[in-house]
Design a protein around this ligand. Sequence first.
Ligand SMILES: CC(C)(COP(=O)(O)OP(=O)(O)OC[C@H]1O[C@@H](n2cnc3c(N)ncnc32)[C@H](O)[C@@H]1OP(=O)(O)O)[C@@H](O)C(=O)NCCC(=O)NCCS
Length: 213
Amino acid sequence: MMPILETQRLKLREFAHDDLEDLAAMVGDEDQMTFYPRPKTRDEAAEWLERNIALYEEYGFGFWLIEALATSGFLGYCGIRPLELDGASETEIGWHTKKTFWNQGIATEAATAARDAAFRRFGLSRLVAIIHPDHAASRRVAENIGMHGERRTSLGDYPAVVYATTFLLGTGRVQAEQRVASGAPQLLEICMRGRRARRDHRCSSSQGGRGRR
Ligand SMILES: CC(C)(COP(=O)(O)OP(=O)(O)OC[C@H]1O[C@@H](n2cnc3c(N)ncnc32)[C@H](O)[C@@H]1OP(=O)(O)O)[C@@H](O)C(=O)NCCC(=O)NCCS
């Protein structure tokens, strides 16, 4: 399957139905799900997968599967999706990597690419991340990609810090962006034809500056 994004070490591509095994194994693991209410069952993982695949059709984006560029091995997921938060329509950026690959900069590298695609390819101007206050690793990922803690909120019983970042329209710069050691992502020039939402999003490249601003 054609990648949506490519970075120095990673490919991000759309999930397919037959990715359920890898996904269910990851989100069914207790360590992976420390900051979620509980691990997901296989059926819950399957529902998540179906909802996520439906997002691609409706919006042209969703959470994408992260693969190692060299081996195509499954590393987790990262991407963007619509979110209703405190009465506002937002776009959430999220990340989840396999524990055998933690602390290698994978989430930061994938999230940098997803952030740039959100702003430059999909024409969004603001992203939020919803992170448990005690989840230091995830908060670091948010900070690594230039997000700042905006406020506290709660999702049911789940206390959360809302991290946000804004694209400065007209300047082509991400607010408070920090350069990431793993390098700038290379957004692939992929024509997104034949899908309703994607017709609105012309192919663009983070390098060429021809994307929507
Ligand atoms: C959060 C998560 C995505 C991070 O993935 P990762 O690939 O290890 O992330 P990175 O390697 O890019 O960065 C991790 C950062 O957290 C830091 N970190 C890791 N564990 C930490 C801890 N216990 N306390 C403080 N910082 C920690 C690392 O040092 C690194 O910071 P740095 O870039 O300043 O060195 C991963 O732990 C995960 O998938 N967890 C389970 C799913 C999840 O909770 N997703 C987030 C929901 S909000």
